[in-house]
Design a protein around this ligand. Sequence first.
Ligand SMILES: Cc1ncc(COP(=O)(O)O)c(C=O)c1O
Length: 526
Amino acid sequence: MKKTWANSGLDLHLDLPSSRVRAGLETALRDAVRDGRLYPGSRLPPSRVLAADLGIARNSVADAYGQLVAEGWLTARTGSGTWVTPHRPRPQPAPVAVPEEVAPPRYDLRPGVPDLGTFPRRAWLAAARASLSSAPDQVLGYPDPRGLPRLRTALAGYLARVRGVSVTGDRIIVCSGFAHGLALVCQVLRARSATAIGIEHYGHQAYRRIAEAHGLRLLALPVDGHGAMPDDLGPAAAVVLTPAHQFPLGVTLAPQRRRAIVEWATASAGLVIEDDYDGEFRYDRQPVGAMQALAPDHVVYAGTASKSLAPGLRLGWLAVPAPLLDEVIAVKEAAGAHANSLDQLTFAELLTSGGYDRQIRHARLAYRRRRDRLVAMVRRQAPQVEVTGIAAGLQALLSLPSGQSEDEIIAQAAARGLAVEGLASYHTGDPRHGPALVIGYGRPADHAFTTALARLGAVLAGRAAPAAAAAGRQRGRRESEGCPERGKGDPERDDGDPERDDGDPELGAEGVVPFLGRRPKADIDS
Ligand SMILES: Cc1ncc(COP(=O)(O)O)c(C=O)c1O
């Protein structure tokens, strides 16, 4: 780099490179204006003079001035030379609004999120490396709105094998989680002039809001021990169901109900949106197959990686009935909402290499152990509380004795640094179920689960919150050091056998506990 002192009427230190002189001069002048060495309103030497000072061609200077005038750094006035443009105060970029920090609860048993610490980072990285190393360049171009063919083929095989879904890769659409898939289908329904959609009386509010945001009126279907009751679908063009594991009540959709809903769909050209959010996680028996196989032309099957891997991936997939396919692709393409190709490649590799199956097996065992421990703790410490629903998924319903208030229990838990959620936040209209908690036993990190469970046990058993400040301080110190150890004086760390991995003998052979204390007459799954 040639350091040059330009002093023609204006002392100015400019660093110029020895090649690409004009571009170098532009950069040097921009830097000088930016750092204030060339202050606003100051006059620059005539191009001839600066060229002589710097020992470069006059045209290079004239061109650089011209470029900076065009960019607004300099102003040229005919007859009076070139000036540094007087500054208008530049608007400062507004800082991104950060929501007020809410301290996360120390222990969290709310449903919806898996144990993020179990994300298979190494397997994911290995799959990313393997798939990207061998992928052709074309994979990095604008992707097919349906998703990468490699992933769609892998998903079709996986879903057929594991969930009994009847589909080929050309009817799979990769989307950003169930929420996105639902939004796409709602958009298509609305474009077809649908006005109403059936939903389960108890369910996730976020998905209801998505349907409403697309102009669909909600028709709530009651849910009992056999799942959603399809008696009154009225003007609904579609119905959203969680057949394998009703969220949040935890029952499966009984075979006769499945048939009735499929009959409704066939007879009325209706659509079923099957939300199979945790279908791989069944602990007491083989998971019930997807309802989609009963009527592939009337059921949109929707899966997600949000429970099996992590919600932050925003990866989901739809198996779309042939008559709906082009419309779903069109709305997805119109929104420009393509899933990231690199993540798709990686996920395809994880699926085909067997890494995804391994992760599911590992997670299934871990969540099953947690569920067993939860059930055992409730039986022992709060027998008045009933764990209902099937042994599946990452959440369980704890029905409280009538008269107990969800809000009070939630407040008592909060006083112990434990976040829990009540069933009331999941219904539409009137509650039809007594007070209950929806416990997301999948969420805490492994090291926090034992204490979270013990605190829940203490709240359910009605034990007073530990008030002794000294004890609290001591506990706080231990916990802030990372993994609280068992049996070191924390009065809330009695949760039963932490290592048991076989079913709890109290649960019976299948580990199934009854829904609302009344086991449905018909076998709900078979
Ligand atoms: C009932 C239900 N469906 C679907 C999902 C997954 O949604 P997404 O794939 O948009 O993360 C969840 C996650 O909590 C859920 O509870």
